[in-house]
Design a protein around this ligand. Structure first.
Ligand code: CP
Length: 319
């Protein structure tokens, strides 16, 4: 008997930290439903969304827009470079404008950690009423990447509990790493870390152990590679001496390490990839690589996430 999971309903989707294991499971199930041709519910009244990306993006931005269109939302364009943010308008006032104009949902990427707190914990004299979906905040959270990663792991192994997952690379600056170490641990995976030790911090110790890449490669089910984020390295004393070839040799997946991986193991990367640094260019679309599948799954997981907020706010007649 196919028992349908309880639909997830949220007023905003800004973090993975409040999700139960059942919520994650229901979101994966819903995303799989969309992936396998399931149609979204028909909206009984129009729902308007806006994608506000104050940091650069290819996949997350395009993928959210695709998800919104597949769900039947009307997407209103917004270009931060030509907006009144340039005149000093605050993020709150920009969102107040979107709310006043009639937008129901805003998908936001912003460089400040927890930028969303001021938008969802409003005070008594504030009237802001718009659903916020976090598309990445500084080095804080990247909920949609995290959930599409869980979906991709679940797709391949049929489970997450008990799997060994190594998160490798620029841990300090990565919101993907932060979200994934938290949710993987909650879901019962065994997390390990690797990459340059200067990007490992003791705060990650509660989620897993740091080990050299060559000790991990033969044992892991998932090798999750992180992009080296040069744009976040202002003030990082290691940036000046960073050498891409050396990084690849010490920490990257090359043919030799690929050959040592377990038969069923997979490589993941949130993108964009620094080819020949985190991963050899010729392995980007190899059998074990899930890079393209992650991007495909992203559309369906984002549909599930937006739908959860539409249900939580009763938008388009969804409950
Ligand atoms: N993974 C990810 O967030 O990619 P973009 O920066 O291209 O959106």
């Amino acid at each position: 008997m196919n028992i349908e999971k309880k639909a997830v309903k949220l007023p905003h989707f800004v973090t993975i930290e409040n999700l139960s294991n059942d919520d994650v499971s229901a979101l994966i199930e819903r995303a799989e439903y969309f992936k396998h041709g399931g149609t979204p519910e028909t909206l009984t009244n129009p729902v308007y969304s806006v994608n506000m990306f104050f940091e650069d993006s290819t996949r997350t931005h395009t993928s959210f827009e695709m998800a919104e269109r597949k769900l039947g939302l009307t997407v209103i364009p917004f270009d931060p470079a030509h907006s009144s943010v340039k005149k000093g308008e605050t993020l709150y006032d920009t969102l107040l404008t979107m709310d006043a104009i009639g937008l129901d949902l805003a998908v936001i990427r912003h460089k400040e950690n927890n930028y969303y707190n001021d938008l969802i914990e409003t005070s008594a004299n504030q009237t802001l009423d718009i659903g916020i979906v976090n598309a990445g905040d500084g080095s804080g959270q990247h909920p949609s990447q995290c959930l599409l990663d869980m979906m991709t792991i679940h797709d391949h192994f049929g489970r997450i509990e008990g799997l060994k997952v190594a998160i490798i690379g620029d841990l300090t600056n990565s919101r993907v790493a932060r979200s994934n170490m938290e949710l993987l641990t909650q879901l019962g995976a065994e997390v390990y870390f690797s990459g340059p030790e200067y990007w490992y911090s003791d705060e990650f110790g509660k989620y897993g152990k740091y080990l050299p890449v060559d000790e991990l490669v033969e044992k892991m089910d998932v090798m999750m590679l992180l992009r080296v984020q040069h744009e976040r390295h202002d003030g990082d004393s290691n940036e000046g001496s960073f050498n891409p070839e050396e990084y690849h040799k010490k920490y990257g997946i090359n043919e030799e390490r690929y050959a040592k991986m377990k038969d069923d193991a997979i490589i993941m990367h949130p993108g964009p990839i620094n080819r020949g640094v985190e991963l050899a260019s010729e392995l980007v679309e190899s059998d074990k690589s899930r890079f393209k599948v992650q991007m495909q799954n992203g559309v369906f997981m984002r549909m599930a996430m937006i739908e959860a907020v539409m249900r939580g706010r009763k938008l388009g007649g969804l409950e």
